[in-house]
Design a protein around this ligand. Structure first.
Ligand code: NAD
Length: 256
């Protein structure tokens, strides 16, 4: 039988760790060529080694997704040059904000979160849409938002605002281009076992106390594999009529 993404090319930002890494693995297994873009060069080298069985089907590149030129040139253009086409973009790279409530938040935290979590998604999506329109065969965009893009109590002020904005951007793109065969959806993971909290040294006391209330409804955290399964579904033709949707993957946490 034919693997679901056979002959397709996908680019995945933040592809060297956690959810992005699992998406890269799953898309390769499903037959796609993958370009994994990430800031962490060492993790990219380790990924290339770990997934050596896929050979030339996996390309990796060091990119800071908050840099528009890098996203356009080193991510989308590079994938098209290397593999001859791009069919799927997963705008997944993201960072956290120490659960800072607004009174404790400095401008630089706000700006950094908007650049890395939101501007990056806009750069990748805009470039992909322009490419998809020119090519005239549609295409798939998947943005990694978060439960924090749907609920107020799962992150700090900047993180929450950036993820709500990713959801809004996703829905607007879907609405504007639905008639062109472009599908744009967001995945909204709950708490997932990745490296995203590793750099979080001093979470806000207020933020932590409040978030702990929100965490009460979670039975367990998810695995990256449980999140990437949803991304594969949205990337596949099985999801051909799903557009502008947010897919929550949280084991029922938000139902609490
Ligand atoms: P992770 O830290 O394990 O992986 C994120 C990857 O993104 C890392 O490899 C990191 O190097 C890369 N990255 C960070 N900043 C970058 C930049 N400026 N340019 C390029 N690459 C950059 O974390 P993860 O949990 O897998 O995060 C992936 C996405 O999932 C993020 O958007 C995050 O907000 C979202 N998310 C995570 C959770 C969770 O609980 N882990 C929940 C909901 C949403």
């Amino acid at each position: 039988h034919n693997p679901v993404l056979a002959g397709q090319t996908a680019v995945i930002t933040g592809g060297a760790s956690g959810i992005g890494k699992s998406i890269v693995q799953r898309f390769l297994e499903a037959g796609a060529n993958c370009l994994a873009a990430d800031l962490n060069e060492e993790a990219l080298a380790a990924l290339k080694q770990e997934l050596a069985e896929y050979g030339e089907r996996l390309d990796v590149v060091k990119v800071d997704v908050s840099d528009r030129g890098a996203v356009e040139g080193m991510v989308v253009d590079r994938a098209v040059q290397t593999f001859g086409q791009m069919d799927i973009i997963v705008n997944n790279a993201g960072i956290m904000d120490n659960l800072l409530p607004i009174a404790e938040m400095d401008d630089d935290v706000w700006e950094r979160l908007m650049k890395v979590n939101l501007n990056s998604v806009m750069y990748g999506t805009r470039k992909a849409v322009r490419y998809f329109l020119e090519r005239g065969q549609g295409g798939v965009i998947i943005n990694t938002a978060s439960l924090s893009g749907l609920c107020a109590g799962r992150g700090g002020c900047a993180y929450t605002a950036s993820k709500f904005a990713v959801v809004g951007l996703t829905k607007n793109v879907a609405f504007m281009y639905a008639d062109t065969g472009i599908r744009c959806n967001a995945i909204c993971p709950g708490n997932t076992q990745t490296n995203i909290g590793v750099g979080m040294r001093q979470p806000s006391e207020r933020g932590m106390a409040k978030a702990t209330t929100g965490y009460a409804g979670a039975t367990r955290s998810g695995t990256p594999e449980e999140i990437s399964a949803a991304a594969l579904f949205l990337a596949s033709d099985q999801a051909g009529f799903i557009n502008g949707e947010t897919l929550t993957i949280d084991g029922g946490w938000s139902a609490y």
